[in-house]
Design a protein around this ligand. Structure first.
Ligand SMILES: Nc1nc2c(ncn2[C@@H]2O[C@H](COP(=O)(O)OP(=O)(O)OP(=O)(O)O)[C@@H](O)[C@H]2O)c(=O)[nH]1
Ligand SMILES: [Mg+2]
Length: 399
């Protein structure tokens, strides 16, 4: 079996099946060392796979990461034209984590992970490339609205891009450039439907962060007590707002902790919030003293929105000062009664740039961030004076 120190070069592994959850997944390993590498990871009932691969044979075994079995797999070697080394296909269960672990195990044994992509061949029309990209994103989508959104974009986006390509072909470069820029501008948050945004909830101990997380998630994900410092390590809870998936991150209340464990938990929360897509500062609206503006080292210092919680109690003067001076959206709510929580949800969507369903979901948008980056790069070159050619648009789409 594979040992951590053993590595083999000249092999590439790639997921062949779509990136979502399925009954089975297929990972292909290619290159001179492919069979040797797979042999090191798969254990059959009789021991190891044979030294030489039989091309007319499928092998059943356990895929292992050192001593741990990751999954039951079927391994088959296939001949490759102009090569004496076969490619090896590993069929495993189609859970995301299983596939990820198989790829990572192969990587740590020396293989390079090739990007999982719907590999467009040159004859594939570019409109079909976009539809396949939508299908790949669709497989990752966890909400009905997300699925409907992508099914809509499957046609809306190619249609809009076809108009732009036609404009460029007809020599109407200005219209083509402007429409392309509008499309990029309208697409900032389109990937939110298949990639949940990380929403960090920060604030002082006892402000009601965990209570708000539970309200937003619609279930008791985090422990709530009246003891300050209840939340230690950060806790995540998946949720969705109007069909937009998010990951809520409940953090430990920031304060000058004397206990080392507590200090580390607070620091971990600050670091997690720094990487989040959105930071919500929760403030106890009834508190007589509020550290505002927050210290630059506090996670609250990068608040994208503020929730004045405990609005069922009397709002203090200190909280009123926060409402007046905050430079981001402020919402009053009560995590205890639920009042104002709907407004918090709306504000989160606003901050994430997801507009109202009626218009937003029917507007063409570049729903995938790599494609958006490539087309935004093209728009930048055009803004800098490059001449627009329809071939460049198509090349940006194909990547
Ligand atoms: N009146 C009132 N009490 C609330 C509200 N939200 C939370 N509380 C109470 O405030 C206390 C602290 O709530 P938590 O949600 O645990 O607060 P936290 O910010 O997560 O606290 P730490 O984990 O200690 O940082 C609990 O007793 C809650 O019941 C609210 O909107 N109104
Ligand atoms: Mg808490």
């Amino acid at each position: 079996m594979r040992s951590g120190a053993q590595t083999l070069a000249a092999a590439t592994c790639r997921l062949l099946t779509p990136g979502g959850v399925g009954a089975i997944a297929v990972v292909r390993v290619e290159g001179e060392a492919a069979w040797e590498l797979v042999r090191g990871c798969v254990c059959t009932r009789t021991g190891e796979l044979p030294r030489e691969a039989r091309l007319d044979h499928a092998y059943y075994g356990n895929f292992r990461d050192d001593s741990e079995t990751i999954d039951d797999v079927i391994v088959a070697a296939r001949p490759v034209a102009h090569s004496s080394s076969p490619s090896v296909e590993i069929c495993c269960h189609g859970g995301r984590r299983v596939v990820e672990r198989i790829l990572l195990t192969l990587q740590s044994a020396g293989a390079t992970i090739a990007p999982h992509a719907v590999i467009p061949n040159i004859e594939t029309p570019w409109t079909v490339c976009i539809q396949r990209l939508a299908d790949t994103c669709l497989a990752r989508t966890t909400t009905r609205r997300g699925a409907l959104y992508l099914l809509g974009q499957r046609n809306l986006l190619p249609d809009r891009l076809a108009e732009i390509v036609n404009c460029a072909d007809a020599g109407d470069h200005d219209t083509a450039r402007c429409t392309l820029r509008e499309l990029v501008d309208a697409s900032a948050a389109a990937h939110r439907f298949h990639t949940p945004a990380d929403v960090a909830i920060v604030g002082a101990p006892n402000a009601g962060k965990s209570s708000l997380v539970n309200r937003l998630a619609g279930r008791e994900s985090a422990i709530v007590t009246n003891v300050p410092g209840t939340t230690r390590d950060w806790v995540t809870a998946p949720a969705a707002i109007e069909g937009v998936p998010i990951t809520l991150i409940d953090t430990a209340g920031g304060h000058d902790a004397e206990c080392e464990l507590e200090r580390q938990a607070i620091d971990a929360g600050v670091r997690r919030a720094a990487d989040a897509d959105l930071v919500i500062a929760v403030i106890d609206g009834s508190a007589g003293t509020i550290a505002w503006p927050p210290a630059s080292t506090s996670a609250m210092s990068r608040a994208d929105m503020v929730v004045i919680n405990k609005a069922d109690l009397e709002i203090s003067q200190a909280a009123r000062r926060v409402i007046e001076s905050a430079e981001c959206p402020v919402v009053k709510a009560s995590a205890r009664t639920g009042a104002g929580v709907e407004a918090v949800r709306g504000a989160i969507l606003g901050c994430l740039g997801v507009g109202k369903r009626e218009v937003y979901d029917r507007t063409p948008a570049i729903f995938e961030s790599c494609l958006r980056e490539r087309i935004a790069g093209l728009v930048e070159r055009l803004d800098a004076g490059a001449v627009l050619r329809s071939a460049d648009i198509v090349a940006s789409i194909r990547g």
